[in-house]
Design a protein around this ligand. Structure first.
Ligand SMILES: Nc1ncnc2c1ncn2[C@@H]1O[C@H](COP(=O)(O)OP(=O)(O)OP(=O)(O)O)[C@@H](O)[C@H]1O
Ligand SMILES: [Mg+2]
Length: 442
């Protein structure tokens, strides 16, 4: 079934979107409480998520992070009344498929969903390879270390900016080791609430606490003989860190509610995009755990520090997405090459991968050219008159909303802040579709 999950704190928005989707033969489910999204994803076979940007509980960006860590292939489309350039960039950076400004142009959204549905039907199980593409010397050194330590049980910490390939390296450590036929357990410390993390890791006996209705094995037990990957370890509380340290040192643990000490044989790999040394100085990360974990410390360079990797990665991703989307794109144009080489890639390889994916989807020629790139990669000269107008409207809208915000909704005060007269403000608001604007939208 083609189920779409809609998350928006405005129930009216959820209801109207789901009605429209249902009218087009999609199954739509929704929640106005972003904290419920994960549960709905667990219980339903969802093929697309549509989420609002600004919500109480998890923000849209947080939701994307959580969803992408658990279901990397699941497309997420973001909708928002606040289409600032930063909002769009951060949504795309974390892997949003696309961004629609409210009021939503439903026909466009529907045609994108139609494409995604076709892709999903075709896709069904193309094996995902974990190939690591690089021409960079520092990366090659890292790969050599990964090989050298493969036969050992030494803990490894992997650091680097978001999207640099930390998880890929962690996977390589496991698959290159003689533990590869045993379990490989990943734990995202940022997405499991502190209160659950301990029972998740240690497991519990029946009756250990109110909700412990039956015995449950923890990840330490399940991972026996294999590898545990603690992703985003910088988010782990100091309290849990102390318990983890003991497990690392003693190689033993007890289930919650039990005195029975169990020996364990598990390799620890951890990753974070935070600077752990700074966290140690701030008292947020235990120094002893830091030293214990960082026997081998792999620092993955950002993409802007290894520009020689950009084009080989682009080729690799084009091939991958050609297969996935049944396309036959050969290359990218010279102009696109120079845009890619100049771009700073704050979202690193994940951002590059998303950018290539979208370009492959929208490119109908053998070569990707700047016109196929998402808006934020275009140079001013690549913008059509329409593009320029839409950017102008976006910026104007943002400035006016900001002024209205500062003026707590008073148009007279907002006009004063903007140093224009009230009539001009009205006219501008009308031109960019803000004439029905109400204070409660801020
Ligand atoms: N060298 C590489 N070759 C091919 N694909 C890569 C490479 N590095 C990263 N990728 C791809 O880029 C995406 C992001 O990588 P990954 O999830 O490992 O990053 P990360 O550092 O763990 O990011 P975050 O800090 O956000 O968790 C993945 O889809 C991964 O497969
Ligand atoms: Mg990661």
């Amino acid at each position: 079934m083609n189920t779409i999950l809609i998350i928006d704190d405005e129930t009216a928005m959820c209801v109207s979107l789901s009605k429209l989707f249902k009218a087009h033969n999609y199954n739509a489910i929704y929640t106005s409480d972003s904290m419920q999204a994960e549960k709905l994803l667990q219980d339903n076979d969802v093929f697309l998520v549509i989420t609002d940007y600004k919500m109480p509980g998890y923000s849209g960006i947080n939701l994307i992070k959580i969803i992408k860590s658990k279901y990397p292939e699941l497309p997420v489309i973001m909708i928002s009344g606040f289409g600032s350039v930063e909002t769009i960039v951060s949504a795309m950076k974390y892997g949003a498929q696309n961004f629609y400004e409210k009021p939503i142009k439903f026909a466009n959204l529907l045609s994108e969903i139609e494409q995604l549905k076709n892709v999903k039907n075709k896709q069904n199980k193309i094996p995902t390879t974990d190939k690591i593409i690089t021409n960079n010397n520092k990366m090659k050194e890292i790969m050599e270390i990964v090989e050298k330590i493969s036969a050992t049980d030494i803990p490894v910490i992997i650091t680097g900016e978001s999207g640099t390939g930390k998880e890929l390296i962690a996977n390589a450590i496991h698959t290159n080791s003689n533990r590869m036929d045993n379990p490989y357990i990943k734990i995202n410390c940022a997405s499991i609430p502190e209160t659950l993390l301990e029972s998740e890791l240690f497991g519990h006996e029946k009756g250990a606490f109110t909700d412990a209705r039956e015995l449950r094995k923890g990840k330490f037990e399940i991972a026996e003989g294999g590898t545990i990957f603690f992703d985003e370890i910088g988010e782990m509380s100091v309290n849990t860190q102390a318990k983890l340290l003991r497990v690392l040192q003693e190689k033993e643990f007890e289930r919650l509610g039990s005195n029975n000490v169990q020996k364990m044989d598990v390799r620890f790999v951890a990753a974070t995009n935070k600077n752990l040394k700074v966290l140690v100085e701030e008292g947020k990360f235990r120094e002893d755990l830091y030293y214990r974990l960082s026997v081998v410390h792999l620092e993955i360079p950002a993409l802007k520090e290894r520009k020689e990797d950009i084009l080989p990665l682009v080729d690799y991703f084009i091939n991958d997405f050609n297969l996935k989307y049944n396309k036959s794109i050969h290359t990218i144009s010279n102009e696109t090459v120079s845009i890619f080489l100049e771009h700073s890639w704050p979202g690193n390889i994940r951002e590059l991968k998303n950018c290539v994916e979208r370009s492959v989807i929208f490119c109908e020629e053998p070569e990707i050219s700047p016109k196929n790139l998402p808006m934020q990669y275009k140079r001013v000269t690549d913008f059509s008159a329409n593009d320029i107008k839409s950017v102008y409207d976006k910026v104007t809208r943002e400035v006016i909303l900001d002024a209205l915000n500062k003026a707590k909704g008073s148009k007279t005060k907002a006009a004063e802040i903007l140093n224009i007269n009230r009539r001009t403000l009205y006219n501008k608001m009308k031109k960019i579709g803000l004439d029905t604007w109400k204070t409660d939208k801020v």
